[in-house]
Write a protein that binds this ligand. Structure first.
Ligand code: NDP
Length: 400
């Protein structure tokens, strides 16, 4: 009997839950837990055609004892963690204590430091290995799908990859002057941090949003400005593909988003250190999150598409070639299927498929793994029917 425990009833949690219920032969029993149980109940109420009742629970995922008690009671084979990156280590500890496999979609972040790195989680390698357990890190779209795209490219289309550019475009419009498509706190921390890219064995830092390029996106999206950011999948990809000479990550932003962000930064609203307000300590970014639209509420009003993929240049059979692999996802189609917009959908679908890979033992191992360490073929074969079809092209003579 395959049982899963899904943690986190946000936009991504909604998608993961819906996707798991679409495959009841693999996900035979599901428990859905989060900080606010009513949010789990509301999402479960939308699920149709799952043959068993879905249990919901309240849990504080920052508390290892609470997690351990819940996991002991539920006895899942796998914990799918789609709460927040702050909880990664607590949930990994609870999985070790209870002997359960672990999966997440974002690397650990300390609440007081906007720092994105796998180090603290890679440090669990020996513990998971000794316990005979698997921890799969970064199993969303980026990180996640983009790591699998890169592994697939290397396996089938390159003898050597020289440059990898990960390109993330959200051409959706939610109609608000300013809102974020996933957790505002995590999103703003990521975007307002310094940019960083990898070249010839070194990380090169850039000022936040200071490097930009225009890219003509496929799928009817057209040309958009995109900005160089640091993104966590680059850390694992340069580790597992040391041949790559340059790796960069790009994300598109509209002018309204950037102007609002600049103003919010200038007035101190994106600060993550506590400030004393009328005798009470508050963290400006957390207060801003409270004021902004809940990303989960953007679903019904977001129109347009996302396009995320990898543009890779390298050598195959002695000849240089360029390869571009991507997915196009339509916000309204996602909403019709699972009641969430495409940013949550593109994260939750790979997470659910990665969970299926683990439960069916298609992917197995002991220790802490990133997505690119497993055979990409079964994942690439299934991800299209699972909800995220992909397109590959070999753009001739096009420099990135
Ligand atoms: P949301 O903020 O919408 O949802 C997070 C959920 O986690 C909320 O339901 C929240 O509860 C719950 N939660 C927060 N803290 C705790 C806690 N201590 N204990 C229990 N539950 C808690 O975020 P998203 O759904 O947008 O994102 C989920 C994850 O996916 C994040 O880690 C994010 O970084 C990651 N992500 C990854 C992407 C990728 O491509 N790899 C892309 C986008 C997101 P409450 O509602 O009560 O606050």
């Amino acid at each position: 009997m395959n049982k899963v425990l899904i943690l986190g009833a946000g936009g991504v949690g909604r998608v993961v839950l819906h996707k798991c219920t679409q495959y009841p032969e693999t996900f035979q029993e599901i428990t859905f837990a989060s900080r606010t149980k009513s949010k789990c109940d509301a999402i479960v109420a939308d699920v149709k055609n799952y043959p068993k009742p879905i249990r919901t629970e309240k849990v504080d995922a920052d508390s290892v004892p609470e997690l351990v008690a819940l996991i002991r009671d539920v006895q899942p084979d796998l914990v799918i963690h789609v709460a927040l990156p702050y909880q990664d280590l607590a949930i990994m500890d609870a999985c070790l204590e209870t002997g359960v496999h672990y999966l997440d979609t974002a690397n650990y972040e300390h609440p007081d430091l906007a720092k994105f790195e796998y180090g603290p989680q890679w440090a669990y390698q020996e513990k998971f290995e000794k316990a005979g357990l698997l921890a799969l890190l970064g199993a969303g779209f980026d990180p996640g799908m983009t790591n699998v795209y890169t592994a697939y490219a290397r396996k089938h289309h390159f003898d050597r990859m020289d440059t990898v550019d990960i390109i993330d475009c959200n051409a959706g419009d939610h109609g608000y002057p300013f809102a974020t498509n996933f957790n505002p706190e995590i999103n703003i921390r990521e975007v307002s941090a310094k940019g960083r890219y990898y070249e010839n064995g070194q990380w090169i830092e850039t000022e936040p949003l200071s490097v930009k390029k225009t890219f003509d996106f496929p799928g009817g999206i057209g040309p958009k400005e995109m900005y160089l950011l640091y993104h966590e999948e680059m850390e694992s990809l340069v580790r597992f593909y040391p041949e790559v000479k340059r790796m960069r990550f790009w994300m598109t932003f509209g002018q309204s988003y950037l102007t609002h962000l600049k103003v919010l930064e200038n007035v101190g609203m994106t600060r993550i250190d506590p400030v004393l307000f009328e005798g009470k300590e508050i963290i400006p970014l957390q207060f801003l999150k409270f004021l902004l639209p809940d990303p989960a509420s953007l679903g019904p009003r977001t129109v347009g598409k996302t396009c995320i993929g990898c543009w890779i240049h390298g050598v195959k059979d002695g000849r240089e070639r360029t390869y571009y692999v991507y997915n196009i996802c339509d916000h309204q189609e996602c909403f019709k299927e699972v009641g969430a917009q495409a940013v949550s959908y593109t994260t939750g679908v790979p997470a659910a498929l990665a969970a299926k890979m683990i439960l069916t033992k298609t992917w197995s191992g002991k220790g802490v793994f990133n997505m690119e360490q497993f055979d990409p073929d079964p994942f690439m074969n299934e991800i299209g029917p699972f909800g995220l079809p992909w397109v590959e092209t070999f753009p001739a003579g096009q420099e990135f």
